[in-house]
Design a protein around this ligand. Structure first.
Ligand code: NFK
Length: 255
């Protein structure tokens, strides 16, 4: 299913029948990744007395599950600046378009003291002067365990503030990464990369040039079969009125 997208005076030819899904499935098993010290998601049938919302139990014509999960801690999710502000901002109001030009880059986080960090020059070198609407950062090594990793208290790699500032100054609107956060796990609430990317100067009173329509997507997984380079990104969320929603970013190779 080939289509041609005309965008910013360019033609992009993509094959909609060849999606490259970079989301991590959300399950109630021990396979599910976890960050931020919570337990695994729950997916359980509704119960009313003896009645169980599960066909195989015999009382219900349908499978009818409640799901308890956390968008930030349980898998691929997309957030708006409402994640860090005193006032409420909703991803469903901030993200109103869903197709973007995108660049997949791979970086090896650099040791800095006890941390591993992604620097401005790594982003700058990997982008090679390109100016996509979205950047997809794959950290190396790209171990399969990322799909089910328990991240709590692992001090994962993070973006230096200078790297997030560079991404903002490059006018990139959507930042996707395969880590639980663009920031350091234990950072005393500084959230330097989040603030730099969204241009949030004061979380109590939002500045007028804060980037309301820009998003951060965390806990993606970009398989090795997807090479670095240019793609079209379809960034889909569920319509949650919340700072963040589970999401399904899908790439299409440009033909
Ligand atoms: N690093 C922050 C905590 C934090 O960033 C956070 C905590 C719970 C759920 C999500 C978080 N950040 C996600 O991007 C802190 O140490 O206060």
């Amino acid at each position: 299913m080939i289509t041609i997208i005309n965008h910013q005076n360019n033609e992009f030819k993509i094959d909609l029948s060849k999606p490259l899904d970079i989301s991590i499935p959300l399950t109630n098993t021990d396979e599910n990744p976890i960050a931020w010290y919570i337990e695994k998601p729950e997916i359980e049938p509704v119960r009313f007395g003896d009645w169980v919302g599960k066909v195989s139990e015999g009382s219900s014509s349908t499978n009818f599950n409640n799901i308890f999960f956390n968008p930030h801690g349980h898998g691929t999710h997309t957030e708006c600046l409402g994640h860090i502000t005193r006032d409420f901002y909703s991803i469903n109001q901030c993200l109103k378009q869903f197709f973007f030009t995108a660049e997949v880059i791979s970086v090896v986080p650099e040791a800095q003291g006890e941390d591993f960090v992604i620097t401005k020059s790594q982003i700058e070198n990997a982008l090679e002067g390109k100016s996509p609407e979205a950047i997809i950062i794959r950290t190396l090594p790209n171990l399969d365990e990322k799909r089910s990793k328990k991240y709590s208290n692992t001090n994962w790699a993070y973006l230096l503030e200078e790297a997030a500032t560079y991404i903002r100054e490059s006018e990139i609107q959507h930042l996707l990464i395969d880590l639980p956060s663009v920031d350091k796990e234990h950072d005393e609430g500084k959230l330097l990369a989040h603030k730099a990317f969204w241009n949030v100067k004061d979380v109590n009173t939002l500045n007028s040039d804060a980037r309301l329509n820009c998003t951060i997507t965390e806990l993606i997984f970009v398989s090795d079969a997807i090479l670095d380079g240019s793609y079209m990104l379809n960034l889909q969320i569920a319509s949650f009125e919340n700072d963040a929603s589970p999401s399904k970013p899908v790439l299409y190779k440009i033909l």
